[in-house]
Design a protein around this ligand. Structure first.
Ligand code: ZN
Length: 446
């Protein structure tokens, strides 16, 4: 068991069966039941080949520790959140490897509001309980329930009528294809299903719509079928990338900006975005009477920050969107409903809607660094910039603010890499920022 490796900041994940296997799932269930003995728990699982047996063992552990658990079947992750914030379940566990390749699997955990539980807010205790090996014993119960219809009916209330709209849905053979397509069809859209049949081998492409390889087929299908747009979801349906009717990938900052404008029209308030978001998100928020708040990357951090700030909407560059109406659980199907509704209301297609946004000068890359130097290097950068009296944001890596732009240096949580981003609305300033970036890259210990 490699507990130290698989318990991470936002979730539990690892290679199956080397790092996560049936025994780990069973112990996870027992530890969970020991720590939360009185909770009504809901369990769901994604389309991965290892998910059914991991889920069975997780449930076995829960039941043997005296828990009453409800299995809602193969679902996308937002449905687990929905079960909690809408149907009264007090905690949710999703067996999923999210957007990772088929070899991986893991657990995402959420509370009664559908807010993810991260390492510091509960996963650490589960890990410690497994290590101690002392578990409660009892006679729990397993229930089965299908809540897909209830979920679809709730999400449908976020959209207008999509008659005469043709969309392609690429769900990468994960768990979201059928249910998301069904919701869009019930709103009147013509849906062309691409890779909507669950297949844990993910035979068609990497299950992450943020990956260039993913988007090739979606672009092609949209153009060939003359669709108005294409939605690409990751294998557990909580990441979204969108292709317009011409087959062009739309920048997620543009999608988020449309959602912000749409939300702030009806309700002014705080908008949370991660440190990787474009200046555009800030600008659009302010122009529409909202207050932007920058926060750490990761859905667990963003959702919790939303709750703390009572935000009206939040988003991440990786294609996660959070809504006040879901008590800040992320739900990309609501984002789809709103984008299609905006198109209908304004009578414009997606490229027309996003063409108003200014193009900023930007740069982004991931640069290799010696793993053991990663965090030390970022610390030394922080010090160096502080000495130069730069305007810094240090809540997640180091972000240097300039008058009309920024540069970001952030250690990857998963790889021996540093993510680097830079952006400015002014050419001259961008060149200055880029010089700083080049200087830093030269100093990275390789
Ligand atoms: Zn995911």
């Amino acid at each position: 068991m490699e507990l130290e490796k698989i318990f991470r900041s936002y979730d539990v994940r690892g290679n199956y069966p080397q790092e996560i296997d049936e025994n780990v799932a069973y112990l996870f269930g027992k530890a969970f039941g020991t720590l939360y003995p009185d909770k009504k728990i809901v369990v769901g699982w994604d389309a991965r080949l290892s998910s059914p047996s991991l889920k069975d063992n997780l449930v076995k552990g829960l039941v043997e520790s005296g828990i009453e658990v409800t299995d809602i079947g193969m679902v996308p992750t937002p449905v687990i959140y929905f079960a909690c914030y809408k149907l009264g379940y007090e905690m949710g566990i999703m067996v999923t490897g999210s957007h990772l390749t088929k070899e991986f699997n893991g657990f995402k955990v959420c509370n009664f509001k559908g807010i993810p539980i991260g390492y510091e807010t509960g996963l650490n205790k589960i890990k410690e309980t497994i290590k101690k090996g002392k578990f409660s014993e009892g006679k729990g119960k397993l229930n089965k329930r299908d809540i897909k219809k209830e979920y679809i009916n709730f999400i449908k209330s976020f959209g207008s009528n999509f008659n005469e709209t043709k969309v392609v849905v690429d769900a990468t053979n994960g768990s979201a294809g059928k249910i998301y397509s069904q919701a869009l069809k019930e709103k009147g859209a013509e849906v062309i299903e691409l890779y909507c049949e669950p297949n844990g081998n993910f035979p068609n492409h990497i299950p992450d719509p943020m990956n260039k390889e993913f988007i090739v087929d979606l672009k092609k299908e949209v153009k060939e079928k003359g669709a108005d747009l294409g939605f690409g979801f990751d294998s557990d349906g909580d990441r979204l990338n969108i292709v317009d009717g011409k087959g062009n990938l739309i920048n997620t900052n543009h999608i988020f900006s449309l959602l912000i404008e749409d939300k702030l029209k009806n309700e002014k308030g705080k908008v949370i975005h991660d440190v990787l978001c474009s200046k555009l998100v800030d600008d659009v928020t302010k122009e529409n009477g909202g207050t932007p708040i920058i926060w750490k990357v990761g859905h667990t951090y963003i959702a919790n920050k939303c709750l703390e700030e009572r935000a009206v909407i939040a988003g991440e560059v990786s294609g996660h969107y959070f809504f006040k109406e879901t008590s800040y659980a992320d739900d990309v199907l609501i984002a789809c409903m709103r984008i299609l509704s905006i198109m209908k209301e304004e009578g414009k297609n997606l490229s027309e809607l996003t063409s108003k946004y200014p193009k900023y000068y930007s740069y982004s890359d991931r640069v290799y660094i010696k793993e053991e130097e990663k965090f030390k290097f970022i610390e030394s950068l922080k010090k160096k910039f502080e000495e130069k009296s730069y305007d810094l944001i240090t809540l997640d890596g180091v972000r240097v603010n300039f008058n009309n732009g920024w540069a970001l240096f952030r250690p990857s949580n998963t790889e021996a890499k540093i993510s680097i981003g830079a952006e400015s609305s002014e050419k001259e300033e961008f060149e200055k920022i880029k010089d700083l970036v080049d200087e830093v890259i030269k100093e990275i210990p390789k």
